[in-house]
Design a protein around this ligand. Structure first.
Ligand code: HEC
Length: 216
């Protein structure tokens, strides 16, 4: 009989311990993660915080990936500011008429000029491969990061990351260009992009028609 009583006591003790553990867990969870009644009083904020960071990360990355053109800022940009920023270029470039080529070509009349070999300076094939002329968009792109348009180009310049800085220096280059082309109006830029994309879109559409003449 005493043995049986001992058994009951042990079983009862286990149950009590079990219930106590569950009870501590419930209280613990309430304290840590917050119930509606206690949320203001406990460090619930700390648990929410890392989640906010994770959510913010992709947004930031997306923002950095999208290139911000400085072209709409050129018209209102300050020439004085541009003259000051050009000092960063001045170790390698002059801009006045008849100025010497240095590490890079003299940049007089560069806006709207043919890309590459400016002022008889021998530029790299990578720069020449950009093709066409120095439109405002291409200048803006090149000056933000010279290696993007000319990956093997020789202009060892980190680039002007701030759109305002690029707009100002482009304004300075315009002031050293005899007849700079008109700055495209903000509305023209997307239209230009659409026009450029149109032939690319038309090409694949034409291909299936030519491979299957019967279908018409
Ligand atoms: C460390 C020297 C250096 C600095 C600083 C520098 N450049 Fe250059 N730049 C060059 C060289 C070298 C080339 C020729 C690049 C090539 O051949 O790939 C060049 C090419 C260019 C071209 C194209 C010329 C052509 O023939 O079509 C432009 C435009 C230009 N630079 C503008 C600038 C501006 C604006 C700045 C300042 C924001 C600047 N560069 C800063 C060395 C420099």
């Amino acid at each position: 009989m005493p043995n049986k009583m001992t058994m009951y006591a042990i079983i009862a003790a286990f149950w009590l311990a079990f219930l106590a553990i569950i009870g501590v867990n419930l209280i613990g969870n309430t304290v840590m993660f917050g119930s509606p009644l206690h949320s203001e009083h406990h460090p619930v904020v700390k648990f929410g915080f890392p989640i906010e960071v994770v959510e913010a990360a992709p947004t930031e990355a997306g923002g950095a990936a999208a290139r911000v053109s400085s072209v709409p800022l050129i018209a209102a940009a300050s020439l004085d500011e541009g003259t000051a920023i050009f000092k960063k270029c001045g170790s390698c470039h002059t801009a006045e008429a008849g100025g010497a080529n240095k590490v890079g070509p003299n940049l007089h009349d560069i806006v709207g000029a043919e890309i590459g070999d400016h002022n008889s300076f021998k530029t790299t094939d990578s720069l020449i491969a950009i093709g066409g002329t120095w439109t405002y968009e291409k200048l803006d792109d090149y000056l933000e990061n010279p290696k993007r348009l000319a990956p093997k180009g020789s202009m060892s310049f980190a680039g002007l990351k701030k759109p305002q800085d690029r707009a100002a220096v482009i304004k300075f280059l315009m002031s050293n260009t005899q007849n700079p082309p008109a700055i495209p109006a903000a509305a023209e830029t997307p239209a230009e992009a659409a026009a450029a994309a149109a032939p690319a879109a038309a090409a694949p559409a034409a291909a299936p028609a030519s491979t299957n003449p019967v279908s018409h």
